[in-house]
Ligand binder design. Structure first.
Ligand SMILES: N=C(N)NCCCC(=O)O
Ligand SMILES: [Zn+2]
Ligand SMILES: [Zn+2]
Length: 312
């Protein structure tokens, strides 16, 4: 038996403690299989700030999630004990310190067997999170949802930013590049070389334009073929969604996925070996009516439906 969300027939959804999906806090369960962890940090952003407020915005927007997921015939809070581990106290004045703290925190929280779903924060944090995944799994398959490649080298000479985590991860040999894929790439680039370099590292890509031309099942098949049966880490930048579906983000690009398209791709991961995930770049000051927060909460819900269940 798992401890699930607060019963909405007893305590109205808008009342009480703001944990993700009104789940118990980590300290209130004997042990958790999956931990939702907030990393409120935006020291790596190149444009609009504010993703440091992302974790609590996603939590607030997750109050309406219900226990049964008909799209996957799954009960994500019953198939595993999910708990909210609260937030990392990331240093807002030192990027290096914050990155080290994400790495240490993720290692401590995940232990030897727990699954981590991190809610961010800007995309810089994918690097330390991948380091910890690599410790457990070796070079790891990566499914990267984003408008942006995030394989750039430096900004203003800075190596650690939200536009560079996958370049650093490749230098550190954290990624299994036979099974690495971007989904949702679009928008103006600095040069044609950006795409060439990402491809040279080993990322294949489903571009946002492909969603206009191809049936969703073909895209899901491409993703599944690319990832195979490898342990997969999902890193999801909410700006993969069109600004109409996720205005609350730091570097918005037109022509993105709809929420429905994104949720369908996530449901298509069922049966793959997804071992961890992050959802980043939610910047609530630019959000309206919780549009972005709700999208992020539903993304988390679909991910929880495919992340490992409680071992039999
Ligand atoms: N990871 C995100 N969201 N954005 C990267 C944008 C890098 C740039 O300013 O060109
Ligand atoms: Zn992005
Ligand atoms: Zn990104």
């Amino acid at each position: 038996m798992t401890i699930g969300p607060v019963d909405a027939t007893q305590v109205p959804r808008y009342a009480g403690d703001t944990t993700f999906a009104r789940l118990p806090r980590l300290a209130d369960v004997a042990d958790a299989d999956t931990v939702v962890w907030g990393v409120p940090f935006d020291g790596g952003v190149s444009y609009r700030p504010g993703a440091r407020f992302g974790p609590n915005h996603i939590r607030q927007s997750s109050r309406l999630l219900r226990p049964y997921n008909p799209a996957q015939d799954s009960e994500p809070f019953a198939r595993a004990q999910v708990a909210d581990a609260g937030d990392l106290g990331a240093n807002p004045f030192s990027l290096d310190e914050a990155i080290a703290a994400v790495e240490d925190g993720a290692r401590a929280l995940s232990g030897t067997s727990r699954t981590l779903l991190t809610i961010g924060g800007d995309h810089t944090i994918a690097l330390p999170l991948l380091r910890v995944q690599h410790e457990r799994h070796g070079p790891i398959a990566v499914l990267h949802f984003d408008a942006h490649l995030d394989t750039w080298d430096t900004y203003f000479g800075a190596p650690y930013t939200h536009g560079t985590p996958f370049r650093r991860a490749s230098e550190e040999e954290l990624i299994d590049f036979d099974h690495a894929m971007h989904v949702g790439i679009r928008g103006p680039l600095y040069s044609r070389l950006d795409l060439d370099e990402s491809e040279k590292l080993g990322f294949s890509a489903v571009h946002a334009r492909d969603f206009v031309r191809s049936p969703i099942d073909d895209i899901v098949n491409r993703v599944r073929e690319r990832l195979g049966d490898r342990p997969v880490y999902v890193s999801l930048d909410i700006d993969v969604l069109d600004p109409a579906f996720a205005p609350g983000t730091g570097t918005p690009e037109a022509g993105g996925l709809s929420s429905a398209q994104l949720l369908e791709v996530l449901r298509g991961l069922e049966g793959l070996n997804v071992v961890g995930a992050d959802i980043v770049e939610v910047s609530p000051a630019y959000d309206h009516a919780e549009i972005t927060g709700i999208a992020a909460a539903h993304v988390a819900y679909e991910l929880l439906s495919v992340l490992p269940g409680r071992p039999a």
